[in-house]
Write a protein that binds this ligand. Structure first.
Ligand SMILES: C[S@@+](CC[C@H](N)C(=O)[O-])C[C@H]1O[C@@H](n2cnc3c(N)ncnc32)[C@H](O)[C@@H]1O
Length: 284
């Protein structure tokens, strides 16, 4: 039961619900995400849009940076996720700073020149018309403000102590499988490398990109285990038709706690993947 997401919108959440997948993903990478937000150099009083905010997990980190004089608005088209974010976060610690509303990437419900910074995190991989959405992001950013796009690049996945030959085969098979049988809901597993070019193409200025190596070592939290194992199962499912059944079996066994080749509790375990944050200035 590991090939189909439970919900179709904006997720590759495998056997977890979209919300649970997003929560695990966030918990597994919280310290790195905090660093990414700190590196943005937001100032007190800044107005931030978190577009495609999901359950609002990044928004308290932005709120901490912009303070009581600032504003952070989370927008997502999934009403259930916006309700979750409102219940958890609105009128609580960051009352008056944090707000959530339903809205679409393709038609952002704000006037031109509204925000100092527009953040688009883990969303571009799902966008079928990137120029249109990036033009929208740019439109609602004030002149001189910043559009920030954060995503990952699925070509980098290091899991030690799995045989590097097996890992390379699985990664190649995944890429081939995705090309031949793209997911029903559009998803670009290799969007990270395209961020700098996409931002330049959108007419943003002074584009700069920072790469973050997301590393995990034992002991892993339960969220990190679920995240890593879920990811690994997704890769092998996408690539299965280009692998032998023995290779599929070996890969799966490495993430099965019942198997003697389970890796996630080993002292020498090491996991690494690549995430990128690209930003550019909006100017007409
Ligand atoms: C992978 S999630 C990322 C959520 C959040 N940014 C995070 O990093 O935790 C992608 C989000 O995009 C939202 N989404 C997908 N298409 C959308 C659209 N056209 N307009 C608004 N939100 C959309 C989904 O509902 C989902 O919450």
């Amino acid at each position: 039961m590991d090939t189909q997401p439970n919900t179709s919108k904006g997720t590759r959440g495998l056997e977890l619900t979209e919300l649970n997948w997003l929560l695990d993903h966030h918990k597994a990478k919280e310290s790195e995400r905090r660093q990414m937000v700190e590196d943005l150099g937001l100032k007190p009083g800044d107005r931030v849009l978190d577009l495609g905010c999901g359950p609002g997990l990044w928004t308290p980190m932005f709120a901490r940076m912009v303070g009581q004089s600032g504003k952070v608005i989370g927008v997502d088209f999934d009403e259930a996720l916006i309700d979750y974010a409102r219940n958890k976060l609105e009128n609580k610690r960051f009352a008056g700073v944090l707000e959530f509303q339903v809205g679409d990437f393709y038609d952002i419900p704000f006037a031109d020149n509204t925000f100092d910074l527009v953040f688009f995190g883990n969303c571009l991989a799902y966008v079928t018309d990137q120029p249109r959405v990036l033009a929208e992001l740019k439109r609602v950013t004030r002149q001189g403000g910043r559009v920030v796009v954060k995503d990952f690049d699925g070509a980098v996945l290091v899991v030690h102590p799995i045989d590097p030959v097996l890992s390379a085969k699985v990664l190649a098979a995944t890429a081939q499988g995705l090309r031949e049988r793209p997911p029903q809901a559009y998803f670009d597993n290799y969007v990270g490398r395209k961020l700098p070019g996409a931002l330049r193409e959108a007419g943003l200025l002074d584009v700069k990109t920072t790469s973050y190596a997301i590393q995990k070592m034992t002991p892993l939290t339960e969220e990190a285990k679920r995240y890593i194992a879920g990811n690994a199962r997704w890769y092998v499912s996408a690539g299965a038709q280009h692998l032998s059944s023995e290779e599929v079996w070996q890969w799966r066994a490495h993430f099965d706690p019942e198997s003697p080749s389970y890796v996630l509790d080993r002292d020498d375990f090491y996991f690494c993947m690549l995430e990128l944050v690209a930003e550019g200035r909006a100017c007409s």
